[in-house]
Design a protein around this ligand. Sequence first.
Ligand code: NAD
Length: 479
Amino acid sequence: MHKNLINGQWLDGAAVSRNINPSDTRDLIGEYAQADAAQADLAIAAATAAFPAWSLSTPQQRFDILDAVGSEILARRAELGDLLAREEGKTLPEAIGEVVRAGNIFKFFAGEALRPGGESLPSVRPGVGVEITREAVGVVGLITPWNFPIAIPAWKIAPALAWGNCIVFKPADLVPGSAWALAEILSRSGLPAGVFNLVMGRGSVVGEKLLNDPRIAAVSFTGSVATGQKVAAACVARMAKFQLEMGGKNPMVVLDDADLGVAVNAAVNSGFFSTGQRCTASSRLIVTDGIHDRFVAAMVEKMKTLKVDDARKAGTDIGPVVDASQLGQDIDYLGIAQAEGGRLAHGGARLEHNADGAPGFYLTPALITDTTPEMRINREEVFGPVVSVIRARDYEHALALANDTPFGLAAGIATTSLKHATHFKRHSQAGMVMVNLPTAGVDYHVPFGGRKGSSYGPREQGRYAAEFYTTVKTAYTQA
Ligand code: NAD
């Protein structure tokens, strides 16, 4: 039984959840405690009590802890990657890559703990000095989704600790294993009791407790738009700080002058890898007339070579969908897209078993052509290996289609034209723009986030994370 970490103690929950391997649903990874609201309350109380001392801890103390956590994650990349692939279903190389990213994030924020910065200015009044400093916000509630079970927790936990905040962390129900492993590392890192608390449990119970408790000063949330709206409403009602990272319907524009191989590789990678379960996945391919048919044909040829199988098996390109409910959603959207006039050019087959006969949530990657911008497949996030193609007349039309979405997380363009690449970088209404690269797959030391319905509040990651995890103080001194 994997327990919750509250005030430095491992505590049983009020209930138990079973962590199942989506590549082989007979494989029980482990049992995990599920906290109730009373236990979340204990965690909030512990974090509140720990805050005064931790917020005044030295930069050296925070550096040492974060650096050591990063080192342990990196040293255990193979084992933690195996656990991640087993519980979430991304392939082993992808999972190990995510673990490495988490380790690097802790190392990055270890360094940030040493350089919080600040400004010293003369006042406009004689004899007065002004100092601008950053202070910890307080107790932060961190709520994460299932699709990056260790990287997203890392990119919230590491900056929160680096700048002196205390944490109550609620991971997604589907992937408690990576969250628990990370918490176990943190529990041995030298953090004082109560600074970091793990509270696994239901969103409607533990999550809502974090949203509504006045001792939680700020909530960082990554997940769906529907839940994000609840987070926003609850936080606004009590004037708590919050930040939301939500869904995407990310376009990739392919222009006539694109290098076909580069375009296909970028589209296949960001459309289908990690089973399409990435908020930055390219789910809309917007392709100009002159290359459209060649591009679709090359996509289908490439897709035929992709092996859908057990996430941890060597040679697997695409693992299973995360669970039955997400698989059902993916299949529903395949039906909706075809009912609205889209053509299934390739894939979309439900495989009940993998190559070894194990039962799992397998779906072959699907490409739907002949779609138009108003179709639901082009407006709503599917969050699976399902990609649509929209035909565009020219660059200007493609840009307009790319921006015609309620989302604005990432956008890509495949082109050999400097003029169009430069124009697209400036005029794409997305937080992150990629030229001749997949829309998914970003660096760990630079800001991450979007616009419009994809994000709300300050950016995560890199030095920009300070905007959320610190509050600015302006102090005046008469000399
Ligand atoms: P989700 O919204 O269902 O759940 C996210 C988290 O919120 C989970 O921990 C869940 O338990 C919790 N939660 C659920 N109801 C709650 C409530 N009422 N109050 C408080 N917490 C609650 O999302 P998911 O299915 O886990 O993740 C998939 C979504 O995440 C997709 O939409 C994807 O695009 C998005 N995502 C976004 C980013 C990004 O950075 N923009 C990154 C990864 C995933």
